[in-house]
Write a protein that binds this ligand. Sequence first.
Ligand SMILES: Cc1cc2nc3c(=O)[nH]c(=O)nc-3n(C[C@H](O)[C@H](O)[C@H](O)COP(=O)(O)OP(=O)(O)OC[C@H]3O[C@@H](n4cnc5c(N)ncnc54)[C@H](O)[C@@H]3O)c2cc1C
Length: 439
Amino acid sequence: MGAITLLPSAHRDNGWYELLPEEPLAAPLSGTVEADVVVVGAGFTGLAAARRLGELRPDAQIRLVEAGRIGNGAAGRSSGFAIDHAHNVRSEGFASTEEFERQQIELNRSGLAYLEEAVSTHNINCDWSWSGKTHAACTVRGVADLKHFAKTLDRIDEPYEVLDNDAMADRLGINYYRRGVHTPGTALMQPAALCRGLAGNMPANVAVHEESPVTWMDAGPPHELWTDEGTVRTPEVLLANNGYLTGFGYYRRHLIPVITWGSMTRQLTDDEAATIGGPLTWGVIPSAPSGTTVRRLPDDRILVRNVYSYSRHSLAGGRKRDRAGRSHRRAFEARFPTLTHVSFEYTWGGPLSMARNGEPVFGKLKDGVYAACVHNGTGLSRGTICGKLIAEMMCGMDSGLLEAMIGRGRPNRNAPDPILGWGVDLYAQRLRLRSGREM
Ligand SMILES: Cc1cc2nc3c(=O)[nH]c(=O)nc-3n(C[C@H](O)[C@H](O)[C@H](O)COP(=O)(O)OP(=O)(O)OC[C@H]3O[C@@H](n4cnc5c(N)ncnc54)[C@H](O)[C@@H]3O)c2cc1C
């Protein structure tokens, strides 16, 4: 190993993060220091892993090292759905075998429980609510997909509620969707506030270092990790840095880096909010995989997310961001015709990493180097449980859930660039066209 070839960087454009009060930096890594374990990356995976390591090894010095500000990476740029089921109702893998799917749901629910435990123990102020998620359709194809989804839920004995056009209008306060399937087991929250709250309530033996990108690693053990201002020597490293794992030389040809975008309106006035009625907060997931996710937020803003594209770089700006903003605008105005004059205050992109076969990177990579990466769009719950389980694995523990993760496959290999990028963008374009009004 040597220079880290892919590093994250992020604009100050993320609405969730910008709405938080300013906080001082958690001490960047500086000087030459020792650690028993270094966790690289403070998204949901790294935050859960550091917490669990701190709990299980109270005498060890754990260091959590994050390239940017906590809450301004992908985790804090997400739409804030901590999901218990598969995200995509059309996904072929969803309930292809009941046993497998029940296990996946158990994994996600354990992640949710670990998050909720921290939120309630430390009173983390992140608008956490068990609002569930509503899968919504406004096209004939979307309605058919939801029927298929409901049948699948029946097969695995999962509760849900079917909502017709009127019930959707009552539930959401807008008249756009023809049908919905509501499932209760998803939590919604302000994701950047949750990340910050988790980082601020670590066990006493976990040191958190922000703005400390690891730019060089000399592999051992002991391993030496270098940042701009410091060096840390450690027998064990956990890479919880999602797609940036490739920058450390692992799975370069296996991960698919994409960017997706979100926009958030300014706060509605009381009169504007009154035009949409409905409860104060809800979350809609589109029936089409490339459709628009929508949230009504407790502080009377609306969030929309859509558009994917291939990108090996974490910066999402320029024309791509403008295009995403226009797509968000169309989706917003179609759903909220009484609010077409309401502007977006923020539009941002965020990186995620996918695998073509949906498999994660989980386990030991080499002597003293572990990784828990690639959660295919459900990283809030899945990243959390993977972070917790990898910490338990590093401490020699055993459990059914850990076995389940160890038994998973690994991401399969892709075509090289630029063919991979063309393929992903073409696929995304096809999905967009098929989505029609679900966009
Ligand atoms: C717009 C958007 C909406 C989304 N909505 C949802 C949603 O509603 N629900 C859901 O479950 N998922 C959602 N996702 C996906 C979710 O954000 C990811 O699955 C999740 O963040 C993965 O968590 P992670 O901790 O594994 O990785 P990340 O959150 O990507 O965290 C990895 C961290 O590693 C750091 N890092 C990388 N390299 C280095 C280095 N060399 N040195 C130090 N630090 C480094 C990065 O800065 C980053 O903070 C969304 C993503 C986006 C972009």
